[in-house]
Design a protein around this ligand. Structure first.
Ligand code: EPZ
Length: 431
């Protein structure tokens, strides 16, 4: 599968896409809900789960620990959790996916011990785990590290609630410590917590199953620890993926007319819709859909500076598609990536396609547009930059080949089928 590739016939700047494209369930919500199964005495059921590689990887790890995972029907999973589980995350599986780190919270709080390798994942820069480790230590865990493996144990078996301050708001550290605190003794307060929508969605689900979490979605979160949760009380409905929504919106603004994004939550992408409106895109927001009817050509849109920020700011996961967009608008834009330091290296490939992009430092590039892009053969470096290359290839003149489609499949379910539905000429070619 790693050797599959996409063949895309570019539109040469024409706005020829139209119709509706549906957004799937959010990867970064589903992964955390799957991990939360370990907090349950019985198990959980999830629906609207996207059929993507990262969900398979998370389920492979849960199965290796002893959770029984069954895929009831399309998008629906039932996980049943036995009384004991293995507590060592397998190296090969955990290193393939950064999100595996969220399992450490529920395992440690339920079983008093966990061991795991330094997590792997996308090539978007150094990904420290100090906030997780110091949070667990503050709750009473002892941490040792031998070569690349961390071993944590709680001397009296159960974590204790405490006050934790994050020097930076981290999404997965917030989710992991919420889950750890759910089974801890007493109250935990997480200060300067991340506020991404997936955190409130996870907390609401856990609360509906017996947890006591207040303030998720705000900077201070209060968790009153208690016993195991029960999954008979509710089903986790995976919300729509806001990054997919934003990526389709950018694609529509570049190459669409009468282009509708369905099954989405427009409130989760306001940072993007606001910027698109500011540069001149007519964005028509419904309750669960966004319509782009009378699109101006991107060359008649003005450029704009963007700066990635924690939610509700402009998401780092939309930075790459937005940079493609800015290669087509008129004028100069500064793209400032404030969250990760390795997340702009893909721009070299856009330059080879004809874009005018100058790197100022690892966090900032200047984009000058509009510049016609030419189709190329390229490699998907990670899932978000991979989708940005798909968008660039659609806009470009001529054919493109995108290798390493596996990296795109990690986060986007059958993307080529959905893109074909709005008129993109894209084929998946086997090894
Ligand atoms: C989550 O990653 C998402 N992943 C990422 O999605 C997303 O890009 C990112 O949040 C930011 O929105 C999942 O939800 C699985 P962070 P996460 O910890 O939690 C620093 C995608 O493509 N930090 O919020 O790993 C860190 O270096 C991806 O789907 C520490 O310093 O990101 C960064 O500068 C990739 N110490 C900042 O915090 C720590 O212990 C925010 O990162 C942890 C993080």
């Amino acid at each position: 599968m790693a050797r599959e590739r996409f063949l895309i016939k570019g539109l040469g700047g024409a706005q020829a896409l139209s119709g509706s494209i549906a957004v799937k369930g959010a990867k970064n919500a589903a992964l955390k809900a799957l991990a939360s199964s370990i907090l349950f005495e019985d198990g959980i059921t999830l629906n609207n789960v996207p059929d993507i590689e990262d969900v398979k990887r998370m389920n492979d790890i849960l199965s290796a620990l002893g959770v029984v995972v069954s895929n009831k029907k399309e998008g629906e999973y039932a996980l049943s959790v036995p009384g004991t589980l293995a507590t060592d995350l397998p190296v090969d599986l955990a290193q393939k996916m950064r999100a595996s780190i969220v399992l450490t919270g529920p395992i440690l709080s339920r079983f008093g011990k966990v061991s795991f390798p330094h997590p792997g994942g996308c090539v978007i820069g150094e990904r420290p785990i100090d906030l997780f480790l110091s949070g667990f230590e503050a709750m009473g865990a002892r941490v040792t590290r031998e070569s690349d493996r961390y071993t944590l144990f709680v001397p009296d078996g159960r974590l204790s609630g405490t006050s934790i301050f994050f020097k930076k708001p981290s999404v997965t550290a917030t989710e992991t410590l919420i889950m750890a605190a759910t089974l801890a003794k007493g109250e935990t307060i997480i200060k300067n917590a991340a506020r991404e929508p997936e955190i409130g969605i996870l907390a609401d689900f856990l609360n509906s199953c017996g947890a006591r979490i207040r303030g998720a979605g705000d900077a201070n979160i209060y968790i009153e620890g208690g016993g195991l949760l029960s999954g008979v009380r509710d089903v986790f409905h995976t919300p729509s993926d806001r990054i997919e929504t934003g990526s389709f919106l950018i694609l529509g603004a570049l190459a669409g007319v009468n282009f509708e994004i369905k099954n989405c939550n427009p409130k989760h992408v306001e940072a993007l819709t606001e910027i698109l409106r500011q540069v001149g895109v007519a964005v028509d927001v419904g309750k669960n859909s966004i319509m782009l009817s009378k699109n101006a050509h991107p060359s008649s849109l003005t450029s704009v500076d963007i700066e990635t920020r924690e939610y509700p700011g402009f998401p780092t996961d939309l930075q790459a598609p937005m940079t493609v967009f800015l290669t087509q608008t008129s004028g100069q834009s500064l793209v400032f990536e404030t969250i990760f330091e390795g997340r702009l290296s893909y721009v070299e490939e856009l330059v080879r396609m004809g874009a005018d992009i100058k790197a100022l430092d690892p966090h900032r590039v200047i984009v000058r547009g509009p510049k016609a892009l030419k189709g190329r053969e390229m490699e998907s470096p990670d899932l978000r930059a991979g989708l940005a290359f798909v968008i660039a290839a659609i806009v470009a003149k001529g054919d493109s080949v995108i290798h390493n489609v596996y990296n795109i499949d990690r986060g986007y379910e059958k993307i080529e089928e959905r893109l074909r539905g709005v008129g993109v000429d894209i084929k998946r070619i086997g090894p």
